[in-house]
Ligand binder design. Structure first.
Ligand code: IPM
Ligand code: MG
Length: 386
């Protein structure tokens, strides 16, 4: 039997140490920021790559319109952060340039356009995804993704754990030799607890009657097992809410079961399953371009689209036809998160009207449909008439 290489053991040790440090930080963390108590709320705006700057500008336009009184009174400030482009990340060889990270940390909430994630074969060095890095750096542990299809009575809200699972050390796997490749998946008691609590709290506050946990705990027994057990324990504190659990494979099937799928309400799940199933769900709503997402932490929060930067649309000169609805939905969630619930509802109502009911302008991604700006103006004008 050959001796196990010391460098592999050292890497394993490094991972354990860094995760124990993370646990310590979670234990020491305070409670959620109360935005209402701030003298001034700073909203960072990061356009990202590809179609990102175009659709982010549309969401900013909507937010400026919704928050015009607060802006005039100096209670809200927009701060543009330009350093997160793929060119700059590639040049510096890092997921988030250090000066950009400092700028991000000077804000309370961030509106972020999609950023390009390099993959093998790309012209870019294989730097870690900026999304994933931001979620980790700012400890944005909950990725909240609503999907609704009103005509079918579907109103789902996914609570995807955002800092653990396969993503926690996804770029630190071990290639032991030419034959053996190992990645790691992580769960912590604190990480499972905080996402499960947020999902149940949300259900409780909004009168939802059901919370569903999705894992593969029959196979991934340690980490998914912990996730499921934590949800089961927290469910005991909410006797009025029905709790059930499904495995991810059958859950993906149930989402296309038209007789059953409307019964799901709040879904809580580990990172990778949440990534996959929210694309599936968004596709049912009208495509990944229609879904927004909130990345919530106790100190920071970031709001984004659930899709990528679509560089091909830019190469083909079609960026102005990109669908801004994902970022407009992200703006709704931002308003909700900062306590502007009434304004969030107005913008959401107008978006629903334009997307599902009136449909005067539709987005096709080409010159056969409306531009992002026409659609955004249509939504903003609709607010006045509803
Ligand atoms: C998402 C995206 C990201 C993820 C990518 C771009 C890193 O797919 O937000 O769902 O995998 O989380
Ligand atoms: Mg995804």
């Amino acid at each position: 039997m050959e001796a196990i290489s010391q460098s592999a053991i050292a890497q394993y040790e490094k991972i354990i140490r860094s995760q124990l440090e993370r646990v310590q930080r979670m234990k020491e963390q305070g409670d959620f920021v109360e935005y209402e108590k701030l003298d001034k709320l700073i909203i960072g705006v990061c356009g990202g790559d590809g179609i990102g700057p175009m659709i982010t500008a549309m969401a900013e336009k909507a937010l400026r319109a919704m928050l015009k009184d607060e802006l005039a009174a100096g209670k809200v400030e927009f701060r543009h952060i330009d350093g997160l482009t793929i060119e700059r990340r590639a040049e510096l060889g890092c997921a988030i340039p250090p000066d950009t990270l400092e700028e991000l940390k000077s804000c309370h909430v961030i509106l972020k356009g999609p950023t390009t994630t390099p993959r093998a074969g790309d012209p870019w060095p294989n730097v870690e995804s900026a999304n994933v890095a931001m979620r980790k750096e700012l400890d944005l542990f909950a990725n909240v993704r609503p999907v609704k299809i009103p005509e079918e009575g579907i109103d789902w809200r996914f609570f995807r754990e955002n800092t653990e699972g396969g993503y926690a050390v996804g770029s630190q796997g071990v290639q032991y030799n030419d034959d053996l490749f190992i990645d790691f998946t992580i769960a912590t008691a604190q990480g499972c607890d905080r996402i499960a609590r947020l999902a149940f709290d949300y259900a409780h506050k909004t009168g939802k009657k059901r919370v569903t946990c999705v894992t593969k705990a029959n196979i991934i027994k340690t980490t998914d097992g912990k996730f499921l057990k934590t949800c089961q324990e927290i469910a005991e504190g909410y006797p009025d809410i029905t709790f059930d659990d499904w495995y991810i494979d059958i859950m993906t099937a149930k989402l296309i079961d038209e007789k059953r799928r409307r019964d799901f309400q709040v879904v809580v799940l580990p990172n990778l399953y949440g990534d996959i199933i929210t694309d599936e769900a968004a596709e049912m709503m009208g495509g990944v371009g229609t879904a927004g997402s909130a990345n919530i932490g106790k100190r920071y929060a970031m709001f984004e689209a659930i899709h990528g930067s679509a560089p091909r649309m830019v190469q083909e000169g079609r960026a102005q036809y990109a669908d801004p609805s994902s970022m407009l939905r992200a703006a709704v969630m931002l308003l909700e998160h900062i306590g502007q619930v009434g304004k969030a509802q107005k913008l959401e109502r107008a978006l629903d009207h334009c997307m599902f009911e009136d449909k005067k302008f539709t987005i096709t991604g080409r010159d056969t449909g409306a531009t992002a700006e026409q659609f955004t103006d249509y939504v903003l004008e609709t607010i006045e008439s509803l």
